[in-house]
Design a binder for this molecule. Structure first.
Ligand code: SF4
Ligand code: SF4
Ligand code: FES
Length: 281
């Protein structure tokens, strides 16, 4: 018997409330809607599964090579599931090793801790190494993180978002002379950092933030703001006033409209909007 369909919550509290359908799927826009001619995405190649493969899965993957001068394309790759690991990253590695070595993407740890394999999978930003192939849609659509300049294929240019992160001065500021050993915290003080020390700087959240789409040059975005709060909440840090002054600006902080797209898409279960300095009491 079919189970009762889970409804998409209108207001979400944390990223474990993963939607079974995205808004984009509910209200799909035609591809290339409003897109400049040079950026229109065209049909690409179809790469068939190897002969004899009995269990296959197709992935539709965004391709873009700036050196070619060609428009981006969507290539379809059929993957032999009996020869491939269970995760989307395994499928990408399989394609690169066995079909097209020019397919370009970032990855390092393969364990959800380095943040480098963030991409848009079936309309949702996530880590390719922690998204199971079995969870993907029939078309298995894989795009780079949205709202970023694309270096090649699935590799976004993170220069701007890392500069915004660096502007938060994400290190301890203290005028008190260093003690002989560690700067101690009580367990309660330490627990104040739970929920955002885990951030792996994948930028799934900032890429999914509508305010950052429109005002990304001036609005810091959820990843940088989460880091700002992480240092405001750290009892060992002594630059609270300076940090708050630096955020006091109509755009840097106050363009967050608490829609919580960022929380929905954080693959580490973080709550960037809830942990931004806007939420500081
Ligand atoms: S809650 Fe704020 S930071 Fe998060 S996606 Fe919405 S506008 Fe962006
Ligand atoms: S808050 Fe979550 S989504 Fe945003 S950069 Fe950190 S780990 Fe990634
Ligand atoms: S490869 Fe490191 S998070 Fe996916």
């Amino acid at each position: 018997m079919m189970g009762k369909e889970k409804r998409l919550p209108l207001i979400i509290d944390s990223s474990d409330q993963l939607p079974s359908a995205t808004i984009l799927k509910r209200f799909p826009l035609p591809r290339n809607f409003g897109v400049a001619p040079d950026s229109r995405i065209e049909e690409g190649q179809v790469w068939k599964a190897p002969a004899g493969a009995s269990r296959t899965k197709a992935f539709t993957i965004y391709r873009y090579d700036p050196d070619s001068g060609d428009n981006p394309t969507l290539d379809i790759f059929e993957v032999d599931l009996d020869d491939c690991g269970p995760m989307v990253l395994d499928a990408l590695i399989w394609i690169k090793n066995k079909v097209d070595p020019t397919l370009t993407f970032r990855r390092s740890c393969r364990e959800g801790v380095c943040g480098s394999c963030a991409m848009n999978i079936d309309g949702t930003n996530w880590l390719a190494c922690t998204r199971e192939i079995a969870e993907t849609d029939e078309a298995g659509r894989i795009y780079p993180l949205s709202n970023m300049r694309i270096v090649k294929d699935l590799v976004p240019d993170l220069t701007h978002v890392f500069a915004q992160y660096a502007a938060m001065e994400p290190w301890l500021h203290s005028k008190t002379p260093a003690p002989e050993n560690e700067r101690l915290q009580s367990p309660e003080e330490r627990s104040e950092l739970d929920g955002y020390y885990e951030c792996i700087l994948c930028f799934c959240c900032t890429s999914g933030c509508p305010s950052h789409w429109w005002n990304g040059d001036r609005f810091l975005g959820p990843a940088a703001l989460l880091q700002a709060y992480r240092w405001l909440a750290d009892t060992r840090d002594e630059a609270t006033g300076q940090r708050l002054d630096d955020l006091e600006d109509p755009f840097r902080l106050y363009r967050c409209h608490t829609i919580l797209n960022c929380t929905r898409t954080c693959p580490k279960g973080g709550t960037p909007a809830r942990r931004s300095p806007r939420s500081r009491k």
